[in-house]
Structure formats: C-alpha cells, structure tokens
Design a protein around this ligand. Structure first.
Ligand code: Q9C
Ligand code: ZN
Length: 629
C-alpha cells in the first residue's frame, strides 16, 4: 500500500481578489489560503507532507464538465477592465472576476488533478490541495458562489477516464450544497455524491428545492445522490458524526468506492459567518479518519469554502494531521445529536431505503399491526402488537371518493373500511409486516382493499376466504387468486382458474384440516407466488380458531410474510389467537392427530387431479399427469 501525504499549494492562487464593494463576496479573500498554509507550517505539517507542484488544467480537462462557450467567457475576463469584470460577474450568482481569476481557476483544476494522479499512481496514499477559486457550485455553463471551474467534478470525470474507475465517492462537507456537483452526476451511478448543507427549509442560499433529502438522483443514478439538509443552524460535532454513522458511512461501505474526493469546505466549522455551525476543528480529524478506512485509503481533499480564518486554518491542519496518521484528538461536547439533525437523518434514510441494502434490511418497527372494534380489548393482544387508530377521517374521505360505490355511504361499512385500510396501508408501506383488522362488512372492505393493493402496484394477491361470503370480484387477469373454504356450494365463478372453491363439511376442524391445507392450499399458494396474502374470516366458517391460526402460521413463508387477516364480527378469542400467530409469540395448539374422513380425502384428491395442470405444486403422483391427462 502506498504511503505518504501529498500537499499541493501554490501562492499564485492568492493573486486574485475582489476589486470592488460587494458584501456578498467580500469573505472570499486570498488570506484564506495564506493563513491556512501559515498554520500548516506552524505545526510543522508542511515538511511532513510530500510537496507536489501545481499545473494548469488543460482546456480539454476543463471541458470534461464545462462547455466551450463558458470556457471562452472565463478566458475573456483575463484582459478586461474593472467595469467589464463587474458586468460579467453580474451574470452569475455570488461571483466576482479579476484579471487573474482565469489563471488561478486553471491552477485550481490542475492542482486537483495533480493530487488525483499522485494518489492513483501510488506516489502517495492521500493528500490535500489548497486551492482558490473553489469549485463545487460551478456548473456546465455558469460560475456560481465564488466558484469558476468545478475542480472536484472535473477530477471525478478525469479519474474515470484516465484510470477507468467505476466507483468514486465525493464527500462534500462544505456547509453549502454543491449543486454544481449534483447536476453533473445526477444520472451517473458511478459517482456517489454526498453533501450536508445549511438548508433551513430552503431559506438558505442557494435556495434550491433540489437540495432537499428527496433529491436522490435520477434515472440510473437513483440512490447515488445523498443530501442531508440541515434545517437549523448550530449543528455541531455530534450532529456531523451522527450523519456519518447513520447515512454516509453505511452507504459508502456498501458502495465500495475506489477513490474518495472530499469537497473540503470548512465553512461548516465553528465561527464561520456563512455556516453559523458549531463543529470544532477536531471534528474534521474524525471525519477524515472515517473516510480513510474506505477506498484503500485513497483520499483527495480539495479546499472549497471556509471564511473564518482561524477556524479554517485549524481545521485544515486537523485534516492534514489525520491524513498523516497522527493520533486523533479528543472530540469535545456532549455526544447527542439534536432533534432537528435526527429528523434530517431519518428523512434521508427513508428516501434512500429503496436503493441501499444497509437501509432496506432493517426490521420494520412494527411486526404486527391490529385495528380492532373494541379498543378496550387491546390489552388482550400480545404486547408486540401495535394497535392502530383509524385512518383519519379526511384521508379516508379522499380515498373513498375515488370510488362511486353505494355501499360506502353506510356508516358501518365506512368504519370497517377504516380498520382494514389503516392496517393494509401499514403493510404496503412496510411500516408493519403483517396485521389484523376487524370489519363488520368484510366483503365490502375486501373489494376496496384489493383495489388499493393494485393501485399500489401489487402483481399477485392471494385471497383466502374462510366462510360463506358473496364477493364481487374481477378474477380474470390473474392479479388475484381466490380460494374459498366454504360450506355453501358456489357454482357461478368456477370457470376461472383464479377461483377455487373448497367445499368443507361441518366437522372440518380437526379431521380434515391437514389434508386440505397441506395437500391443497399450500401447494396452490406456493405455485401462485403472491406478493401479499389476505385471509378473510367470514360467517359460517367451517374452520375453528386453531385451524385459522395454524393456516396463518403456515402461510408466512410466502410474500415475505405480508399477511392481512380480516375478521368479520368481533370475537376476541379469534383475534387474540391470530395476533399470536402473526407476531410469532406462540404456535397454535392442535391437539392429537386424527385422520381425515375418506370423503374429504377423496374430495381433495379430486380437486388436485383437476387443477395440477395449472398449479403444479399440487403434483404428488406420476400417474395423473405424465401420461398427458
Ligand atoms: N446573500 C463556497 O463556500 N453567499 N461558496 C450568498 C447570499 C454565497 C459559498 C449569500 C456563498 C458562496 C464555496
Ligand atoms: Zn461553502
């Protein structure tokens, strides 16, 4: 493994400055570089680093990110007088030009690329480039926020080209959102961009909607843009560390970068007039240290902002000291993130759950959700079961108004629907794994529940109805498979392969349960591969409490255990037993085995023979299908 730390600096980059009065830009001064370098010398850090000379970035390199038209505009400022410079500057947001700006901007790009080359060639393990002007706000066709060429974005494109890198991580700890970097890599999954920034609900510069946590990237780049917006000032060491622990680091270790570029702005440090944050210089040592554990230690830190000269230079020293592998300093302050920080972190994690396994595979906070008619019975359920309050009235109205069905005008039906939808919604949004809902009009609720499932994008819903119930359902497209365990003979729907009626005699409970469930229901269910199961318990059921509970247990291997049990009519013993089965606290007691009646065994066999062509898991004897029955 390579060793050594590169330091890239040239005082020529202090040769431009603001020539007129502009309170927006007057903090971006040459002293930023001078004082940082002085402080590095003071701590004898310069002499411990490997000095790498700067060079100019070439036009070709600049055009890895910027348009030739924009390059020409910047080039043209070299020979302008003050009046002309002011006019060009006004075309951009928070930018000033000086006759030396172009030269320095080219040196800033070149310094950054020199650093990338030093690290990628193995000449050094890591390093820092102290540059002006900064880069992360600048865009294909625009200077922005003191930035002229996007040093870090150019470096990432360059590293991809020159070294064939497939995964680069850009960590932007500057207090401003590097929207320029975000724009360049929005659709690019090979560059993961992470930025935290003062946001204050879009009230802070650059005032962009796309700086919020829900900007996750676009197209193929979805999941590769991580924004942590700070909605309050005063964020400190523990908030920054929390964002690293709970957002950046888990994702970064899953991403496995080959190179890390740090948009190393220190306006996120204590005392900075722009950031108004509280992180001490030691914090940057710790942030640097964590990043050094990735990408084989290949880390390039490139200066962006930082306007409090003392805070800036101390933080730069902390970064370089850490790159040189000195022991880490203690980090000050009570280690507890503030509420607003936690909120932001939770939001980013939520937004990125679909894209990262480290965020996805978290157990849902609730395993079983329940909505029951009598809240007084809640204490009878296992403690791990979360009792749902109804969907709020407004939500429900909005939902129901999407249908024009007479039935929902009845109060009773509406309440039932409320229970079912509240739990179903939790399951669909993966806030709960499974659930129970009591409903006085199960058949109506199920119609709506299924509609909700299909709107949500489910492909196959397995619906097992226990009892006699009239369901008005469209079965033709295979998006649902209905199995009805009933006493009444159903005749009309039998022409669809997606409707199966199991006629079950009164004493089904013990004798015939296993024969039907193992020999028929499970094989069909496994053949169908549902992505959600709904078990509906209606009137005239021929299955007892234990049978229903065991059926619930046995089906949990399908659809990632996503099961909704809808129970018509309050019967707390049944609710209790099913809740236990769903939450896994106990398995139902089934008593001694008694064999099924011959009549029922033959009925199941008949059904199996009839349907095994469609539902192949029913096959258990060679005779009936090999010969092409
Ligand atoms: N009243 C960097 O830190 N401030 N750029 C605008 C509006 C612009 C910051 C204030 C801050 C630019 C690299
Ligand atoms: Zn900044």
């Amino acid at each position: 493994m390579a060793s050594g730390t590169a330091l890239i600096y040239d005082d020529e980059m202090t040769s431009y400055k603001l020539l007129w009065d502009d309170p927006e830009c007057d903090i971006e001064v040459p002293e930023r570089l001078l004082s940082s370098y002085e402080q590095l010398k003071h701590y004898h850090l310069v002499e411990r680093c490997i000095h790498v000379p700067v060079r100019e970035g070439t036009e070709e390199e600049i055009m890895l990110v910027h348009s030739s038209e924009y390059l020409e505009v910047v080039k043209s400022t070299q020979t302008m007088n003050e009046e002309e410079l002011r006019r060009v500057s006004e075309n951009y947001d928070a930018v000033y030009f000086h006759p030396n700006t172009y030269r320095c901007a080219k040196l800033a790009v070149g310094a950054t690329l020199q650093l990338v080359d030093s690290v990628m060639s193995g000449k050094v393990r890591n390093g820092m480039a102290l540059v002006r002007p900064p880069g992360h706000h600048s865009q294909r066709n625009a200077a922005n926020g003191f930035c002229v060429f996007n040093n870090v974005a150019i470096a990432a494109q360059y590293a991809k080209r020159r070294y064939g890198l497939q995964r680069i991580l850009i960590v932007d700890w500057d207090v401003h959102h590097g929207q320029g970097v975000q724009y360049v890599f929005e659709e690019d999954p090979s560059v993961l961009y992470y930025s935290w920034h003062r946001y204050e609900h879009q009230q802070f510069w650059p005032l962009l909607r796309e700086s919020d946590y829900d900007a996750v990237g676009q197209g193929k780049g979805k999941g590769f843009n991580l924004n942590v917006p700070w909605n309050k000032v005063g964020m400190g060491n523990s908030d920054y560390l929390a964002a690293f622990f709970h957002v950046l680091l888990p994702v970064a270790f899953e991403f496995v970068p080959e190179l890390i570029l740090v948009s190393s702005g220190y306006d996120s440090g204590i005392g900075d007039p722009e950031g108004q944050m509280n992180a001490t210089p030691e914090c940057f040592a710790h942030l640097t240290h964590f990043l050094m554990q990735l990408a084989n230690g290949r880390l390039c830190a490139v200066l962006e902002g930082g306007y409090h000269l003392k805070s800036l230079s101390e933080s730069v020293c902390m970064t370089v000291k850490t790159l040189l592998r000195d022991p880490l300093p203690q980090i000050a302050g009570e280690m507890a993130p503030c509420l607003s920080a936690i909120e932001s972190i939770q939001n980013v994690r939520g937004a990125h759950k679909p894209y990262w396994k480290c965020l996805m595979y978290e157990v849902p906070p609730v395993k079983t959700a329940a909505a029951i008619v009598s809240k007084a019975d809640a204490h009878l359920l296992p403690v791990s079961v979360q009792v749902e309050m109804e969907m709020n009235a407004q939500e429900l109205k909005t939902f129901v108004s999407a249908f024009d069905v007479e039935l929902v005008k009845e109060e009773k039906a509406l309440l039932s629907l409320q229970n079912v939808l509240a739990v179903l919604d939790k399951i669909l949004k993966k806030k709960a794994c499974n659930g129970i809902a009591e409903s006085s009009v199960a058949s109506v609720s199920i119609t709506f529940a299924l509609k909700h499932c299909f709107d949500f994008g489910l492909q196959r819903v397995l619906c097992i109805v226990v009892g006699d119930m009239d369901l008005e359902l469209d079965l033709d497209d295979g998006k649902m498979l209905l199995m009805n365990i009933c006493q009444k003979q159903q005749t009309e729907k039998t022409n669809s392969k997606y409707y199966i009626s199991l006629n079950w005699k009164e004493d089904a409970e013990r004798n015939n349960f296993f024969c039907a469930v193992l020999g028929f229901i499970l094989p069909v269910a496994y053949s169908y591969q549902p992505d959600l199961m709904i078990i509906v318990i209606g009137p005239n059921r021929s299955l007892g409490v234990n049978g229903i509970s065991l059926l619930t247990c046995l089906l949990q291997g399908l659809a990632e255990s996503r099961i909704l049990v809808v129970i018509q009519d309050t019967e707390i013993k049944l609710v209790q037993s099913v809740a236990k089965a769903l939450s896994g606290v106990s398995t139902p007691d089934f008593g001694a085995y008694t064999p099924a009646s011959q009549e029922n065994v033959l009925e199941i066999k008949r059904l199996r023979d009839q349907l095994q062509q469609e539902w192949k898991m029913l096959r258990c004897s060679v005779r009936n299908w090999v010969s092409g029955s």
